[in-house]
Design a protein around this ligand. Sequence first.
Ligand code: NAD
Length: 325
Amino acid sequence: MKKILVLGAGGFIGNHLVARLKNDGHYLIGIDLKTPEFSTSRADQFIQADLRSSHVCDKYITEEIDEVYQLAADMGGAGYLFSGENDFNVMHNSALINLNVSHSAIKAKIKKVFFSSSACIYPQLNQTDPDNPNCKENSAYPADPDSEYGWEKIFSERLYHAASRNYDLNVRIARFHNIYGPRGTWNSGKEKAPAALCRKVAMANQEDTIEIWGDGTQTRSFLYIDDCINGIIALMESDCKEVLNIGSEEMVTINYLAEMISLHANKTISLNHIDGPIGVMGRNSENSLVTKSIGWSPTVSLSAGLLKTYEWIESEVNKLKTSSN
Ligand code: NAD
């Protein structure tokens, strides 16, 4: 049994990760500014604290801890990250967290640290063609992410690598590509496309129209949460020190995503395309390195994962409707 610290344990992925590591028989300590929104945490200890404080990091990242999973970040979907309004906070908050966490982990000689980076680090010039984006791990440089969120992530990847080179910190880094699933934020303003579209469709009448940002031809791939958690565990159990994509290669347009959700909802939904923050025109995970290095690949199809996600968001929408009646 390991003693494991999950940072960002109140968030979507952190909460699922705590549950999985708990099921695997470990002792879990979770830290976050907030408790999970849609379920209670399964952590043995859940500490509400601010990781921007170096005192907090020094207090909880100690010699007793075997592994640290660092998922805390100031993040959200396109509406949050690409509007420009949150740029300073996104960079400042997340950089402070990673500066503190890496420093405390070095001091406490933590045996293994996981850091969650993002597909948003990839150069925007490689993602202008919706049919042929290049997100191979080795295409990250020369760096040119399209958001300050991406720049902070690439800085922090380098920070953890420097900690590894200079102080022997044993680090694993994954670049997540659009993780979705039940118990993810869906109406906070930080939701991503799958949750936002599930909400719009769930709230719509049988033949309503929903709004889509941009012309909807922009492409993305989406990875179901269970596959993401399996990828994190596989990476942490491996000796692989290279940064790896953890994403799906099932690339679809946003229009297709909306149509798939409408189909699951048994509704005939029309799409109204409006101006909005859309990010790059194309993005897809490229999994040859991750499959070769750690033997991981996704197992849940987009259709199956979306069905579970839609059903959960629909039940949340219904709860909200009932409580406001
Ligand atoms: P999330 O927003 O649900 O979780 C992040 C958590 O960090 C939140 O609960 C938040 O309260 C916490 N946090 C933020 N600032 C903090 C602070 N100062 N002190 C303590 N806690 C703080 O996001 P998520 O979807 O669970 O993502 C987890 C990680 O994976 C993040 O680092 C994110 O950047 C990365 N990532 C996620 C995706 C995705 O599609 N969800 C894609 C790429 C990368």
